[in-house]
Design a protein around this ligand. Structure first.
Ligand SMILES: Cc1cc2nc3c(=O)[nH]c(=O)nc-3n(C[C@H](O)[C@H](O)[C@H](O)COP(=O)(O)OP(=O)(O)OC[C@H]3O[C@@H](n4cnc5c(N)ncnc54)[C@H](O)[C@@H]3O)c2cc1C
Length: 396
């Protein structure tokens, strides 16, 4: 068995996935350094709706993804309660076709152990009086609102406390090879302009929608589809629970109350350049209409902002239709086994809700590689508050 403290792991990408991996690594005794080219969480992590998925959205298509989300809701509510609002999600039937989907939906929830409770139209309207009064009922599930920034910062706070090195505004420019083995990274510090080589025993590619680019530095073609989507926020909190449409997941069917804002999402397209996330004008019109259908008062509220983020979908796809069929599950890819390149793992897929599970599965693979026998503890130990990240910064 190896000594984890002699093993240096470099994590590339300072989103939620990188944060959870970094924390799990140092908690199991590895030496770890994370590089993020911008501010922490500046990628998709800091820009999604903030919907803590119970899994109900995915469960009809994929029971396992549904079950995994529900497990993570239970865990995250325990270990990071300050990042989560204890509201609920209601999948509302606004027409007969959506009402007809109820049975399929409830059965899938039951099979994945997702608590689901039918509410009559009167009960839904008593909870959410601004919803379209023509609604026909809804199913309440344990979705929640999560703070897209605070949740990963809890993990960063924990990682830093345990000795992880976190270097933001530092871009990984290339991979350093010793034969077919990756033995380090070269980085460029965007604040000082300095270039540096950092040696390590393993690189973890947690760059989300950019993961294909890092893999390409090792001549690896990663099966990943960067799929951006638009979200639109209006001022005012029009609902207190997350409202979704009782139908197979589609565009413009999620309304999330996020502090004093109402966020409607989303859309989906595909891009070769994850840095190009310009919001199409048509998306704003489409999402506004979709929100008004669910909550007529949306048309009276002030526009706040429209923005986009990139989904790092696992799997290759050449058309948008194919992209929509890709699973929302995640994959930890060991390039030694798959591409004959040692020294790097890549993450594809997943969602903010499953960041901790992604960390656990990745570090399980790291432990196997280095013959380390330390079990994961992230599911049971409460995280330090996100504020500690900054307090540690002040004290250092
Ligand atoms: C429209 C939309 C809505 C969504 N809504 C939700 C939701 O409500 N709930 C949910 O659970 N999930 C949601 N998701 C999914 C979620 O946003 C992503 O799955 C998650 O944020 C991905 O996190 P990540 O850490 O893997 O990637 P990112 O947060 O994108 O992090 C990758 C990081 O890598 C950095 N990077 C890239 N290249 C380099 C380099 N060479 N050197 C250093 N750093 C580099 C980037 O700057 C970036 O910060 C949504 C996604 C979209 C598109």
């Amino acid at each position: 068995m190896s000594n984890a403290s002699d093993t240096h792991v470099v994590v590339v990408g300072g989103g939620g996935t990188g944060a959870a991996i970094l924390y799990d690594l140092v908690q199991r005794g590895f030496k770890a350094t994370l590089f993020e080219r911008g501010e922490l969480t500046c990628g998709s992590t800091g820009r999604h709706h903030g919907l803590l998925h119970s899994g109900a959205r995915y469960v009809v298509k994929d029971r396992e993804v549904g079950r995994e989300c529900m497990d993570e809701v239970r865990i995250l509510t325990r270990i990071a309660p300050e990042a989560i609002e204890a509201n609920r999600g209601i999948f509302v039937a606004f027409d007969e076709e959506e009402l007809a989907f109820r049975e399929t939906f409830e059965q899938a929830c039951a099979e994945a152990d997702i608590p689901a409770q039918w509410l009559t139209s009167e009960q839904v309207l008593a909870m959410e009086p601004r919803l379209n009064p023509g609604l026909l009922g809804g199913v309440m599930v344990p979705d929640g609102t999560l703070d897209a920034y605070r949740l990963p910062m809890h993990f960063f706070a924990g990682a830093r406390k345990l000795g992880a090195v976190i270097r933001n505004f530092t871009r990984v420019e290339s991979l350093v090879f010793e034969g077919r083995r990756i033995a380090g990274v070269t980085v460029h510090d965007l604040r000082t302009g300095a270039d540096e080589t950092v040696k390590c025993d393993l690189v973890i590619n947690a760059t989300g929608g950019w993961a294909g680019r890092l893999a390409a530095m090792a001549d690896i073609e990663l099966p990943i589809t960067p799929a951006p989507g638009t979200m639109l926020a209006h001022q005012g909190r029009l609902v207190n629970n997350i409202i979704e449409r009782l139908r197979p997941a589609s565009d413009g069917d999620i309304l999330v109350p996020q502090r004093g804002l109402s966020i409607i999402g989303s859309t989906q397209w595909q891009t070769d350049d994850p840095d190009d996330c310009t919001v199409p004008d048509a998306d704003v019109e489409f999402l506004t209409k979709a929100a008004i259908e669910m909550v007529p008062d949306f048309k009276e509220t002030a526009y706040h902002k429209a923005w986009a983020a990139v989904r790092p979908l696992a799997g290759a796809s050449s058309t948008e239709e194919e992209g929509r069929e890709l699973s929302r599950d995640f994959d930890v890819r060991d390039h030694a086994k798959l591409d004959n390149v040692e020294g790097m793992l890549s993450l594809t897929g997943g969602k903010a809700t499953t960041l901790r599970a992604m960390g656990e599965k990745t570090v399980d693979v790291v432990c196997d590689l280095f013959d380390v026998d330390t079990p994961c503890r992230t599911a049971s130990e409460p995280l330090p508050n996100y504020r500690h990240f900054f307090r540690q910064g002040v004290l250092v």
